[in-house]
Design a protein around this ligand. Structure first.
Ligand SMILES: NC(=O)c1ccc[n+]([C@@H]2O[C@H](COP(=O)([O-])OP(=O)(O)OC[C@H]3O[C@@H](n4cnc5c(N)ncnc54)[C@H](O)[C@@H]3O)[C@@H](O)[C@H]2O)c1
Ligand SMILES: [Zn+2]
Length: 400
C-alpha cells in the first residue's frame, strides 16, 4: 500500500499593537483587539498579572475599572490572578497548574481570552498554560519589559524550565495578539531596561544596518532612559523579529540555522558559568562583543565596524568581558552544547558587515581565544563597571 500523504497547513495571524496606558478606560485598544475577531460578545477574559508590576502600577484596579467601562465587549470572568515574575515562576510547574485551574474553574473555552501582563518569564509560563489548556486558548500577551516587548513577547514560543533545564517543556504557539504598552517600560530596574537593548543590538547587527546606525546615534539617550528612542527601538526590533518569523521559512525552528541566536552560543554558557550573576541580556552583550571581535579577527568585519559595536555596547552600560571567560575550555564547551541543541551540524552567525550576518559551521578556537583576550584588555580600559571611557582613542583594538 502506498503511503497516505498528509500536508497540513495552518495559518496563524497576530497583530503586535503599540500604545501607552492600555488600561485607561478611554483607551479603546484592548476592547477593539478582543472584539475584532470575536464570534460572540461580550468576550470572556481572564487576566494574570505579575506581582511586581501590580505593586508598582496597581494594574488590577485599572483592569477592573476598564472592564466595567467596557462591559458591552468584555466580561472579566474573575479578579485578575497574581503570580510572581522572573525566572522563579518558570522553575515551578505549580504556577502553570494555577493558571489552568483558573481556566477550568471559570469555564474559559477556546474562544475566550487569557491575558498576561508581565515580563518574559511570566509570559512564557502563562503562554504554556494557555497553549495546553483545551489544547490552546486565545492568549493576549501584554509584556512589561524591554525584552518582552521587543523580542520574547512578539515571538511564537513559550516554555518553562523542567528537569533543572531551561525551557525544557514548552510549545510553539503564536499569541492571539500582542499589546505593547510603553508605560510599563518606565518602572523597570536599569538592568532589566538594558537587557532587552542587547537583543536589539543583536538583531540590528545581523539584519539591519540602518537600525544599528540608529542605536549608535541614540546610545547615550537610551542609557539615560529616554523614552522616545526606546519606543522606536522596541518598534523596530519587534518588527524585525516578526518579519523573521513570518518570512524566514522556519517559524517553528525545525532546521538548524537560528540567526536570532547570534552571540548566544557563548551567552548561554556565560550565564551558567557565572552562576547567573550575569543576566541573559548582559551575557548576550558579551557574546555579541565576542563574535563581532572574532568576525574582525577572521578578516570578515572591518576594525572600524568592530570598534563601533564595542563602543555602542559599552556606552549602553554593558561589560564586554567576564573574568570567568579566562579558562576558555568551559566556554568552548558552549559551542558543543549549541551544536547538540540544534541537533547536527554547528550553525552559528558571524558578521560580514554591520547589518549582514552569515552562517558558519566551524569556529577557529585559537582565534576565538584571542578575541577573548582582546576583550579582556579592552574592558580594562573602561572606567568602572561597564562605564565607557569618553576617549575612543583608548580603545586598544584600534592599535592592532
Ligand atoms: N518565548 C520566547 O521566545 C523567549 C525569547 C527570549 C526570552 N524568553 C524568556 O524570557 C525570560 C526573560 O524575560 P525578561 O527579560 O522580560 O525578564 P523577567 O520576566 O525575568 O523579568 C525581569 C525582572 O523584571 C521584573 N519586571 C517585569 N516587568 C517590570 C516592570 N514593568 N517594572 C518593574 N519590574 C518589572 C520582573 O519581576 C523580574 O524581576 C526568560 O525566561 C527567557 O527564557 C523567551
Ligand atoms: Zn536572547
Amino acid at each position: 500500500m502506498q503511503a497516505i500523504q498528509a500536508d497540513v497547513q495552518v495559518n496563524f495571524h497576530y497583530d503586535v499593537h503599540f500604545t501607552t496606558h492600555l488600561f485607561d478606560p478611554e483607551n479603546p485598544l484592548l476592547s477593539d483587539v478582543t472584539t475584532a475577531r470575536a464570534e460572540r460578545l461580550p468576550a470572556r477574559i481572564l487576566f494574570v498579572v505579575e506581582e511586581e508590576v501590580e505593586r508598582l502600577l496597581d494594574v488590577r484596579a485599572a483592569i477592573l475599572a476598564y472592564c466595567a467601562k467596557h462591559s458591552d465587549t468584555l466580561t472579566l470572568v474573575c479578579p485578575p490572578l497574581l503570580l510572581p515574575g522572573g525566572e522563579q515562576v518558570k522553575n515551578d510547574p505549580k504556577h502553570v497548574v494555577a493558571v489552568q485551574e483558573a481556566v477550568n474553574e471559570t469555564g474559559l473555552d477556546r474562544h475566550s481570552y487569557l491575558a498576561v501582563v508581565g515580563g518574559g518569564a511570566l509570559l512564557d509560563t502563562v503562554g504554556f498554560a494557555a497553549a495546553t489548556a483545551h489544547r490552546g486558548i486565545r492568549l493576549l500577551r501584554i509584556p512589561t519589559t524591554t525584552l518582552g516587548q521587543n523580542d520574547s513577547g512578539v515571538g511564537v514560543k513559550n516554555a518553562i524550565n523542567f528537569f533543572g533545564k531551561k525551557n525544557w517543556v514548552g510549545t510553539f504557539a503564536p499569541a492571539w495578539a500582542v499589546i505593547n504598552d510603553f508605560h510599563f517600560l518606565t518602572t523597570q530596574p536599569d538592568r532589566v531596561w538594558r537587557e532587552g537593548i542587547a537583543e536589539a543590538v543583536k538583531v540590528a547587527l545581523i539584519k539591519d544596518g540602518d537600525f544599528f546606525d540608529f542605536l549608535e546615534d541614540q546610545t547615550d539617550a537610551l542609557a539615560a532612559r529616554e523614552m522616545a528612542p526606546m519606543q522606536e527601538l522596541v518598534y523596530r526590533c519587534a518588527a524585525l523579529h516578526v518579519q523573521h518569523i513570518c518570512t524566514g521559512g522556519d517559524a517553528f525552528e525545525m532546521g538548524s540555522s537560528r540567526p536570532l541566536d547570534f552571540g548566544h552560543w557563548s551567552a548561554h554558557k556565560l550565564e551558567q558559568i557565572t552562576n547567573y550573576r550575569l543576566h541573559h541580556g548582559e551575557a548576550v552583550a558579551i557574546g555579541l562583543a565576542l563574535d563581532v571581535t572574532y568576525s574582525h579577527l577572521k578578516g570578515w568585519l572591518t576594525e572600524n565596524d568592530c570598534r563601533r559595536v564595542l563602543r555602542v555596547l559599552s556606552g549602553l552600560g554593558f561589560a564586554l568581558h567576564a573574568p570567568e571567560m579566562r579558562g576558555t575550555d568551559e566556554l568552548f564547551h558552549g559551542l558543543r552544547e549549541f551544536r547538540e541543541h540544534l541537533g547536527g551540524e554547528l550553525t552559528i552567525q558571524m558578521l560580514e558587515s554591520l547589518g549582514v550576518g552569515f552562517n558558519v559551521h566551524e569556529v577557529d578556537e585559537s582565534l576565538m581565544a584571542e578575541a577573548i583576550l582582546l576583550l579582556e584588555r579592552e574592558s580594562r580600559r573602561f572606567d568602572g563597571i561597564g562605564q565607557p571611557s569618553p576617549e575612543d582613542s583608548r580603545l586598544e583594538l584600534a592599535a592592532r
